[in-house]
Design a protein around this ligand. Structure first.
Ligand code: ZN
Length: 201
């Protein structure tokens, strides 16, 4: 290939990259990821993906919220996404305090949580009284919360039924992904957990 052909090809590739949405090109893996914002969770590394491979949505906890549903709806209904992966993680900050505790802390700062506007662009959108602490969405069990997020996404009428949805847990202590309720490390420390054979056949 002569140099000008190579340059022209690179220009074209960059134009296609910039105009992906207009050209209706989906992300490379047709993937939407919902993950916690925690800095110890390297989403691309965890999934073995690179630039251009996925739409990635991150929030506190990696939880299904109204804006997560909004983004999932857009990517699956209009941008060609066919798969969703949820990643929650061990030692998540959302397990360090209850919603009631955090709500009380805000009240002590003089914030009226029952009147607060939760979306400044939609000031009419208000939480019913007493719902604020639930809205924060703290949780107590990372395995249960991962399963729950998958269930919530599957049950949303805004996400097509043929979208494949799975959830994983990133172990910050081992830097590995695992499936919910598959805590491998607990299975290797005692003979009992290893299912040791104690009677000869
Ligand atoms: Zn987290």
């Amino acid at each position: 290939m002569s140099l000008h052909e190579q340059i022209d090809r690179e220009i074209e590739e960059k134009q296609n990259w910039a105009l992906r949405r207009q050209l209706e090109i989906p992300n490379n893996k047709r993937l939407w990821v919902l993950a916690c914002m925690d800095e110890r969770l390297p989403v691309e590394k965890a999934l073995g993906i690179g630039e251009g491979d996925a739409h990635i949505f991150r929030n506190a906890g990696g939880l299904v919220t109204d804006d997560a549903i909004r983004s999932a709806m857009l990517t699956t209904q209009f941008f060609g996404t066919k798969e969703i992966i949820v990643i929650n993680h061990t030692e998540c900050g959302m397990m360090t305090a209850s919603g009631d505790f955090l709500t009380q802390a805000l009240k002590e700062q003089g914030i009226d949580v029952d009147e607060v506007i939760i979306d400044p662009a939609l000031p009419d959108l208000k939480l019913p009284r007493g719902v604020f602490s639930t809205w924060i969405k703290t949780f107590t069990d990372v395995d249960a919360i991962t399963d729950k997020q998958v269930e919530l996404l599957r049950s949303s009428p805004l996400i097509p039924d043929d979208v494949v949805i799975h959830g994983y847990i990133w172990e910050v202590e081992t830097q590995n992904l695992r499936r919910p309720y598959e805590r491998l490390s607990e299975k290797v420390n005692t003979a009992e957990a290893m299912g040791a054979k104690t009677h000869s056949a």
